[in-house]
Design a protein around this ligand. Sequence first.
Ligand SMILES: *[C@@H]1O[C@H](CO)[C@@H](O)[C@H](O)[C@H]1NC(C)=O
Ligand SMILES: *[C@@H]1O[C@H](CO)[C@@H](O)[C@H](O)[C@H]1NC(C)=O
Ligand SMILES: *[C@@H]1O[C@H](CO)[C@@H](O)[C@H](O)[C@H]1NC(C)=O
Ligand SMILES: *[C@@H]1O[C@H](CO)[C@@H](O)[C@H](O)[C@H]1NC(C)=O
Ligand SMILES: *[C@@H]1O[C@H](CO)[C@@H](O)[C@H](O)[C@H]1NC(C)=O
Ligand SMILES: *[C@@H]1O[C@H](CO)[C@@H](O)[C@H](O)[C@H]1NC(C)=O
Ligand SMILES: *[C@@H]1O[C@H](CO)[C@@H](O)[C@H](O)[C@H]1NC(C)=O
Ligand SMILES: *[C@@H]1O[C@H](CO)[C@@H](O)[C@H](O)[C@H]1NC(C)=O
Ligand SMILES: *[C@@H]1O[C@H](CO)[C@@H](O)[C@H](O)[C@H]1NC(C)=O
Ligand SMILES: *[C@@H]1O[C@H](CO)[C@@H](O)[C@H](O)[C@H]1NC(C)=O
Ligand SMILES: *[C@@H]1O[C@H](CO)[C@@H](O)[C@H](O)[C@H]1NC(C)=O
Ligand SMILES: *[C@@H]1O[C@H](CO)[C@@H](O)[C@H](O)[C@H]1NC(C)=O
Length: 454
Amino acid sequence: MAAILVAAMVVLLSVTVAESATVEYQFEVATMNVTRLCGSKSIVVVNGQFPGPTVSAREGDLVVVRVVNKAQYNMSIHWHGVRQLRSGWADGPAYITQCPVQPGQSYVYKFTITGQRGTLWWHAHISWLRATVYGPIVILPKLGVPYPFAAPYKEVPLMFGEWWKADTEAVISQALQTGGGPNVSDAFTINGLPGPLYNCSAKDTFKLKVKPGKTYMLRIINAALNDELFFSIAGHPLTIVDVDAVYIKPITVETLLITPGQTTNVLLTAKPSYPGATYYMMAAPYSTAASGTFDNTTVAGILEYEDPSSPSSAGFNKNLPLVRPTLPQINDTSFVSNYTAKLRSLATEEYPAEVPQEVDRRFFFTVGLGTHPCAVNGTCQGPTNDSRFAAAVNNVSFVLPTTALLQSHYTGMSNGVYSSNFPAVPQSPFNYTGTPPNNTNVSNEFVPTYDSWQ
Ligand SMILES: *[C@@H]1O[C@H](CO)[C@@H](O)[C@H](O)[C@H]1NC(C)=O
Ligand SMILES: *[C@@H]1O[C@H](CO)[C@@H](O)[C@H](O)[C@H]1NC(C)=O
Ligand SMILES: *[C@@H]1O[C@H](CO)[C@@H](O)[C@H](O)[C@H]1NC(C)=O
Ligand SMILES: *[C@@H]1O[C@H](CO)[C@@H](O)[C@H](O)[C@H]1NC(C)=O
Ligand SMILES: *[C@@H]1O[C@H](CO)[C@@H](O)[C@H](O)[C@H]1NC(C)=O
Ligand SMILES: *[C@@H]1O[C@H](CO)[C@@H](O)[C@H](O)[C@H]1NC(C)=O
Ligand SMILES: *[C@@H]1O[C@H](CO)[C@@H](O)[C@H](O)[C@H]1NC(C)=O
Ligand SMILES: *[C@@H]1O[C@H](CO)[C@@H](O)[C@H](O)[C@H]1NC(C)=O
Ligand SMILES: *[C@@H]1O[C@H](CO)[C@@H](O)[C@H](O)[C@H]1NC(C)=O
Ligand SMILES: *[C@@H]1O[C@H](CO)[C@@H](O)[C@H](O)[C@H]1NC(C)=O
Ligand SMILES: *[C@@H]1O[C@H](CO)[C@@H](O)[C@H](O)[C@H]1NC(C)=O
Ligand SMILES: *[C@@H]1O[C@H](CO)[C@@H](O)[C@H](O)[C@H]1NC(C)=O
């Protein structure tokens, strides 16, 4: 009896092992000269590609990525949206879960993708190097498990990015020193290409070639640093099937909204017969901020049908009519709340909506904007010339540690590095309708209620 049980277990184990695989990648980080918007500059990229290579795995797979840093900058890579269950050392934010990979050094990231399928992405997680160091993560369902929708004919990653003519490390370093907002970008990009609406950029246009009647799955990623983007393809409704690697109840829209860091899979069905036209796909920001504080330009790519009468025709046919989509107004908050309200979990037996019904612990956060004094001889753009703006949580501003927080915790040396306690209630009750407090005698210590590491 016992022998039979053991045999059965061995069979089960070997089935489990066979179902998941190990996928391995080598990432070589180095600089490369790239020409965009009428000018050349040096950017940091992975494997000489911009955007970087696609990491492709199935749900349940072990992903191993060896990062070799041949650039002159410290580097770390974050696997955006991957849950990192018990693989915290692989998460990537510099000085949070690891010290950066220094020039000439390498680091092996190892993590298993558990309970997620769809699209995520990877990017540099130190300073602003993610402006050019990014690429898709494609997570296919487990072998033999179908999509909860008809399988598309083809799948295409579509990454939005932001392009600065200036060196992005200079942009963020200036912003941190002065406390002013960082200089806004000069263009948005689709798969690294600004497209025909920008100067010198018609040659740098993303084109999606489609066959009539076929359904394509666009794996859309917003890799822009700071902008929420509207996206639409003229004459082609989009069916959203997945958001942030979670299936949703499909919704069909003319325009979608995607925030920085977010991903979404959409189905695009090409018209049943050759339409004799080409269509712009466009992305432009949503913002209610003052004009001048964000990039308000528009990126376009082209959806082009393969012409059945000349199947070998390459390139963009200038003689065809070009149809443009209509995007919402830049400040169309009503569109945004409508769109967001439509997102619903799939909630089927295979993909249940597992929303926790009970709250175990409560954390009290106040998010604020304060000021710091300007550095001696520094130039500041804070509310006054001798101060700079600084954001804070519970009145504490983030200071980049010099040893990674996870390392401080692991070695038991977190004293004076970070406070592990968050209050559950305000340390001093604030009367929102009363007279403003005088801000004296207010302790800056957290009330220790819960040790988040235990
Ligand atoms: C980029 O261009 C600069 C100036 O033309 C040149 O000095 C440098 O070697 C180039 N870098 C690469 C990686 O090709
Ligand atoms: C790179 O990282 C090392 C180790 O954390 C640090 O000592 C060094 O100052 C960093 N270099 C730069 C330019 O930030
Ligand atoms: C930011 O913009 C200002 C104003 O146009 C310019 O003077 C400055 O050089 C820019 N900073 C960087 C780092 O490009
Ligand atoms: C594009 O080029 C034209 C002509 O040189 C110039 O007037 C215009 O300012 C440029 N636009 C941008 C956004 O650089
Ligand atoms: C974009 O912002 C600039 C200022 O940075 C402003 O002059 C321009 O009118 C704005 N364009 C649109 C379409 O809002
Ligand atoms: C959006 O911007 C337009 C044009 O600048 C303005 O007329 C309108 O009042 C703004 N709408 C909202 C809701 O702020
Ligand atoms: C938002 O939804 C409401 C109710 O369905 C509709 O009346 C309104 O026109 C929508 N607004 C936009 C901007 O789509
Ligand atoms: C500030 O500038 C003055 C005058 O240039 C110089 O003497 C002083 O050393 C500087 N202080 C610091 C901390 O850089
Ligand atoms: C801040 O500095 C600028 C430029 O140096 C100067 O024009 C302005 O008067 C200063 N403002 C205050 C409040 O000191
Ligand atoms: C916030 O912190 C500053 C300096 O650390 C202190 O002066 C101030 O009283 C604090 N304010 C509150 C509301 O705790
Ligand atoms: C808040 O302040 C207002 C005005 O002073 C007062 O009427 C009210 O009772 C205060 N509320 C609480 C909860 O203390
Ligand atoms: C705040 O300061 C004012 C003026 O200095 C004083 O009259 C008042 O009593 C103070 N309030 C509190 C709550 O300390």
